[in-house]
Write a protein that binds this ligand. Sequence first.
Ligand code: PMP
Length: 445
Amino acid sequence: MTSLQHPTPAQDLSLDPFWMPFTANRQYKAKPRLLASASGVYYTDVEGRQVLDGTSGLWCCNAGHGRREISEAVSRQIQQMDFAPTFQMGHPLPFQLAERLSELAPAGLNRVFFTNSGSESVDTALKIALGYQRAIGQGTRTRLIGRELGYHGVGFGGVSVGGMGNNRKAFIPQLPGVDHLPHTLDLERNAFTKGLPTFGIERAEALEALVTLHGAENIAAVIVEPMSGSAGVILPPQGYLQRLREITSKHGIVLIFDEVITGYGRVGAPFASQRWGVTPDIITTAKGLTNGSIPMGAVFVAQHIHDAFMQGPQGLIEFFHGYTYSGHPVAAAAALATLDIYANEQLLTRAAELEDYWADALQSLRDLPNVIDIRNTGLVGAVHLASRPDAPGARGYEVFDGCFWEGAMVRCSGDIIAMSPPLTVEKAELDRLVDTLATVIRRTA
Ligand code: PMP
């Protein structure tokens, strides 16, 4: 049997050479969680234990696992043409895919640049914003604005505009000329709100203050996640994104929404921009684009930005940027098959249908020990636990690990437990996820 059919048990693996991403290797090695196969909304680990996927892998397998349509498309494409360059050369798939995607995106965002990850999408978007400002004769606009607790991947651009302390502090220097808006988490006024928080629109006014401080003529772009995922599901207060749009439009600042998590149906519409009715100038995506099967990202750009960038008085005639694998044929085939599944099964709006049920299920946890907030939108949710004063993050990790051995995969960000089940999930499975979490929260109290 090959290793594909026969999972290697933990005791037969050396767990040292693989330097794991965002993981304390030593802590992991103590009791490794090793997944071997996946189907529907379940993983199976190397010991044959079933684990309900409460996180769509890493927020990416929106159509569930083991989708035959995708594996067949990938296999066909690898046989037909494994690779073809897209520099000064082309092949039909990325053109077809870009057209399909621009039909899905908010009106006007009809130019699509392909990358291989969310991090690459973010750095691409920041470069487009800077190049665009220069192309329209606004070359003094070089400052970038992100937000506290934002996560925009791990490239130097994304880390610089990102706002999660641990991801930044070891890597000095970062991009100069970056500011951060305040985050929108407000446990005092908004705890246990279902859906978008009521309070906090005024936090958008910090952008006006930055414009006053630096001068609009020096600011190129603002980047935010419409909903912060990695920091623990932090939602935009009602009216907040609209206000950011007003301020950026007024001052000629490019508005970028990082929809690497919220894109492809997570919050009940193809993009959060549509669900919440605010159209930015650029949208970054990855993850759900190929259902997590093959790495790929896509950056959606407003046509006027593309046109000015590529033909403006001081513009370029080409974008001096790209990846060997931009528009990779196998990834594009996976994405096209994924979009077919999303369309055929109407998955991109399913999160809106399940939102109330999911919200009620989550709210049933509110009286459990240490629960200080519950947040939800679409098929995303978070249970915010009180930190142990002596060990911030320990409780979250304990609950995350406990849930795994109890048969449910969740994520922890510090003491926040985040969940984003596949959009194919059934109500009974949502109940099971929440019940498992309840059991473990009680037990670890
Ligand atoms: N932006 C956001 C909003 C993300 O959530 C992520 C990944 N969680 C990224 C960027 C980075 O994506 P990747 O890990 O594919 O580089």
